[in-house]
Design a binder for this molecule. Structure first.
Ligand code: IVH
Length: 667
């Protein structure tokens, strides 16, 4: 009997240790939190019943996972505990019951806060100055990430007002949801695996070896508590949050004081619904007893405070089984593996498919038909397979292999050595043309109303569009011949096609489907060069000199415009009156800035970068791509990244657009 229990304890401990490591160290969890908690509770129950079997290194004796090797560590003067989880109303009511047993009939209030889904950090200030930043680590020992955290703009380096002389605050660093995509595009370009969700992205970004790499990641922070390390705090948690805001910390605006646990439950339900409104991910709500004297009276267990509990939203993750993996042909011919799943509900939506991105990703996660996988709605929108639950793999599951021929046209596919992609290189592959045309007409590209998936497909199938320029020779009578298209719709479509000729050239550049050139990169390129022709004529070096453009994008742009067929398509579009250039204002040449070297970074409020560059050159200045000791001025706009940091480090003068315009006006 004891043997059997000892074996179960050993097996549970082993499993939990692996999942803890995956969660805290590798930032690549495989299990939903609820499943992890279930295993932990089972182990706790066994150990409570059989105390003689508790090992000193049991997962129940720890607060979390260990810090990763190779980073300097610090010891938290006050441990960073974790929160007990609850998943429904009754568990919140039980939480109140436990608190009541200690506090008796005292009046109690709660503060409800959003549970930000990022990475926990601690910040230390001495005499108002930021001196140290750390991760939570295992709760007792964390990693020192002072310089990395310094790069997050919302972390104050000096406090305002009457901040205590010694102050440690805690909070959550996160990556805004809409920024994850851009970071993943960069990672793919650098041949690195994608982050499955904003939390992993935040955890990976704060722990980078190089602070300037962290600086280029779009991170933000909400601070939610003060660790008592001076005089004990008095008053309420809500007042502490107010004081923190007064000292210059970014606190979350949605925190709310409520008088009863029922109101706390209502807050949890409200945010379960309102969650999509937020620009950041939350994975639940934290309910905290408001009076600090009551918090002290309630105290903590070794793992978590008795005065707070987290309410976890239902199934942000779910488990299901992979039934099939198929390769789909994209608009650039890239084959994307896509999983068909046993339907499962996730955030109220039934999911039966998930993209697996590319063959490397499938190989890295080792996803096989028959596997049980964890799904997550990454970035709140696209469901993604986060990991395989290896313990549940059927014995006969075979590794996935990409097909050797295109599933649409049957031509042999090629695997490009330094790309993660497998491609169908057949220019006549109809599946590619469908996707290209659909993309060309899509909202973010040329926004051709009335040319959705099925019309695009019919146009390609009927041979009316063989390449993208054919769109501009479609007329009402030809369109009206298309199956299912009546004359009024055909007329409407020709109007939308005509309207698409005058869109911003960056949208055209995005629409024509240069591999790796998404909307943001197209915007960067046209900002810099002003026209499609200038982009087409640019050398790889000139392209790479632009911040945000890597070697792979540069090579792809050069390769695309080297193709006669692609150039011909653009020529026909030009003849059809499609707009190819931004208007640039003619500038007078002077020598106001003779000899001065400039670097432009970020988005300027009114000038396109190409315009700003043209004006500087017209005034005799030089524009270069990278900041060095020889740079005289860095002109920085919104979302300026590492170039601005470098300028500040080197003491180079930084100008905003107004200051640049003043300089250009000076004689
Ligand atoms: S209070 C004793 N408040 O959730 C711990 N935590 O297990 C007190 N978190 O990673 C934590 N938002 O960083 C608290 N508003 C919030 C939070 C929050 C996110 C994170 C915390 C930690 C985990 C707690």
């Amino acid at each position: 009997m004891t043997d059997r229990i000892a074996a179960e304890i050993a097996q549970l401990s082993e499993e939990l240790r692996r999942h803890e490591w995956l969660y805290y160290v590798a930032a690549a969890p495989e299990l939903p939190d609820s499943e992890f908690d279930r295993l932990m509770k089972r182990l706790e129950a066994l150990e409570t019943e059989h105390p003689a079997l508790v090992a000193p290194d049991s997962p129940t004796r720890r607060v979390g996972g260990g810090p990763s090797d190779g980073m300097a560590t610090i010891e938290h003067a006050i441990p960073m505990l974790s929160l007990d989880n609850s998943y429904d109303e009754s568990e919140l009511t039980e939480f109140e019951g436990r608190a009541r047993r200690i506090l008796g009939e005292q009046d109690m209030e709660y503060v409800c806060e959003l549970k930000i889904d990022g990475v926990a950090v601690s910040l230390l200030y001495e005499d108002g100055a930021y001196v140290r930043g750390a991760t939570r680590g295992d709760g007792r020992v964390g990693e020192r990430i002072t310089d990395n955290l310094r790069t997050i703009r919302s972390i104050p380096l000096r406090l305002r007002g009457d901040a205590p002389a010694a102050l440690e605050v805690r909070g959550e660093v996160y990556m805004p949801r809409d920024k994850l995509d851009a970071v993943n595009v960069q990672r793919e370009e650098a041949g690195e695996p994608r982050f499955a969700n904003p939390r992993n992205a935040a955890a990976g970004s704060v722990r980078l070896q190089n602070a300037s790499a962290t600086a280029s990641r779009p991170l933000d922070v909400f601070l939610y508590s003060v660790a008592e390390n001076g005089a004990p705090l008095t008053g309420t948690h809500a007042e502490t949050l107010e004081s923190m805001a007064g000292w210059g910390f970014r606190t979350n605006p949605e925190a709310r004081v409520v008088a009863t646990i029922d109101e706390a439950v209502a807050y949890c339900h409200e945010w379960t619904e309102r969650r999509p409104e937020l620009l950041y991910e939350i994975d639940g709500v934290v309910v905290k007893v408001n009076a600090l004297s009551q918090q002290r009276e309630l105290g903590s267990t070794a793992k978590s405070p008795r005065w707070a509990i987290s309410y976890k939203f239902p199934a942000t993750r779910a488990m299901t089984v992979v039934r099939e993996i198929q390769a789909q042909v994209g608009r650039t011919g890239v084959l994307t593996p896509r999983a068909t799943l046993a339907p499962v509900e996730l955030d109220g939506v039934t999911i039966s498919h998930a993209t697996l991105h590319n063959a490397d990703e499938v190989a890295r996660k080792d996803i096989r038909v028959g596997d049980t996988v964890t799904l997550e709605r990454a970035g709140g929108v696209i469901p993604a397979v986060v990991a395989v639950v290896k313990e549940r793999r059927p014995e006969d599951a075979e590794p996935f292999a990409m097909p050797s021929v295109c599933p649409a046209c049957g031509e042999a596919v090629t695997r490009i050595a330094d790309e993660a992609a497998t491609r169908c290189a057949n220019p006549g592959c109809l599946a590619q043309l469908h996707r290209r045309l659909e993309h060309f007409a899509s909202r973010k590209a040329l926004d051709i109303d009335g040319m959705g998936t099925s019309v695009a497909q019919s146009l390609a199938d009927a041979g009316m569009v063989r390449d993208l320029s054919d769109v501009y020779s479609l007329d009402v009578s030809a369109l009206a011949d298309l199956d299912g298209m009546a004359e009024p719709s055909a007329r409407g479509l020709t109007h939308s096609i005509a309207a698409s000729k005058n869109r911003d050239p960056a949208r055209l550049l995005h629409a024509i489907g240069v591999p790796f050139v998404g909307a943001n990169i197209a915007e960067l390129l046209v900002d810099e060069f002003g026209s499609i022709d200038a982009v087409a004529a640019a050398s790889a070096e000139a392209l790479e000199a632009i911040h945000g453009i890597g070697e792979r994008v540069a090579a792809s742009v050069v390769g695309f415009f080297a193709s006669d067929a692609n150039r011909r398509v653009l020529d026909v579009m030009r003849q059809s009156g499609v707009r190819m250039a931004r208007e640039t204002t003619a500038v007078e040449t002077t020598d106001t800035l003779a000899g001065a070297t400039f670097v432009l970074t970020g988005e300027l409020p009114t000038l396109a970068r190409a315009d700003a560059g043209a004006r500087i050159k017209a005034a005799g200045g030089r524009v270069t791509g990278s900041v060095s000791g020889k740079t005289d001025y860095v002109v920085a706009g919104a979302n300026a990244g590492s170039k601005l940091t470098r300028a500040q480090d080197l003491g180079v003068a930084v100008l905003d657009e107004d200051a640049l315009l003043d300089l250009l006006r000076a004689d």
